[in-house]
Design a protein around this ligand. Structure first.
Ligand SMILES: Cc1cc2nc3c(=O)[nH]c(=O)nc-3n(C[C@H](O)[C@H](O)[C@H](O)COP(=O)(O)OP(=O)(O)OC[C@H]3O[C@@H](n4cnc5c(N)ncnc54)[C@H](O)[C@@H]3O)c2cc1C
Length: 236
């Protein structure tokens, strides 16, 4: 096999450290997690304490300001150890970057350090029953109530980390007439009245990953916690 030149000695050191973490904190529990359908929340906090969450976030938001190859290393080792129940990469490399790119300073300071510590778990909810990959057909709506809040209604399905999630970036139509420009990202938090988890979906693989249904029944979300870029949010 041709040796790879992609990773530096520092990446390989990190790889060894993550492998030790998997051996100690994940592999012994993974079978039980697969039977149950979700991982312990504690493993997220332990991963955060070791610097395995949000490594590419800037240091001011709790990350290490590292390059994306560190996340690649974790993905490789997770697959090699068959510990695919961990939803770390979605949390660190999809959810956190959305907040970093589109969030206000207040949102970044509020959510990102807690995500890096594993205190809150992130998810992103795009797919819906009957909609699949066609995001133009999203039915979930977020309508301003005139009192500084959006009211979110709809349902999502196949959401990774959905069962454990504390923060869900939710794709919703804020102005159906504007097509993509009237589609926004709403930050819904665990515990908001009307936000419920449905069932965890049984899958052929990734059995310990909590891929779930989510339901939104008139969930009241303050406009300040909407993650849409200001121009887009105010045009609706
Ligand atoms: C394990 C798992 C985790 C997931 N996690 C998340 C998550 O965290 N968040 C989330 O929002 N979603 C998530 N999903 C949902 C996933 O993104 C959807 O499965 C995906 O959007 C496809 O939707 P669908 O299965 O309904 O297929 P469809 O959209 O119905 O597509 C079926 C097939 O038709 C093809 N197709 C669709 N439209 C066209 C077109 N216009 N032209 C040509 N071909 C087309 C597609 O490529 C596909 O092969 C997850 C799914 C799984 C299985």
């Amino acid at each position: 096999m041709i040796p790879r030149k992609l990773f530096s000695p520092e990446h390989e050191e990190f790889r060894a450290s993550f492998r030790r973490f998997l051996e100690k904190e994940v592999i012994p529990h993974h079978e039980a997690w697969e039977e149950r359908g979700y991982v312990d929340r504690e493993v997220w906090q332990k991963a955060g304490a070791h610097g395995f969450l949000c490594p590419s976030m800037p240091e001011q938001y709790g990350g290490a300001g590292a390059d994306r190859l560190y996340s690649m290393v974790m993905m490789e080792e997770t697959a090699k150890a068959r510990t695919t129940g961990l939803g770390f990469s979605l949390h660190s490399e999809i959810v956190a970057p959305y907040i970093l790119k589109y969030g206000s300073e207040e949102q970044k300071a509020n959510y990102l350090p807690r995500m890096a510590r594993g205190e809150i778990i992130g998810a992103i909810a795009m797919s819906e029953p009957g909609v699949g990959s066609d995001l133009q057909s999203v039915k979930t709506s977020a309508v301003k109530d005139g009192e500084g809040c959006y009211r979110v209604n709809g349902a999502k399905t196949f959401i990774t980390n959905g069962w454990n999630a504390d923060l869900v970036i939710t794709v919703a139509k804020t102005n159906p007439a504007l097509g993509a420009k009237g589609t926004s990202l709403i930050l819904v938090e665990r515990g908001m009245p009307g936000f419920e988890r449905g069932k965890r979906l049984k899958k052929l693989g990734l059995k310990a990953q909590d891929t779930s249904e989510l339901f939104f029944d008139n969930v009241k979300v303050p406009e300040a916690t909407c993650s849409a870029p200001r121009a887009r949010a105010s045009s609706t």
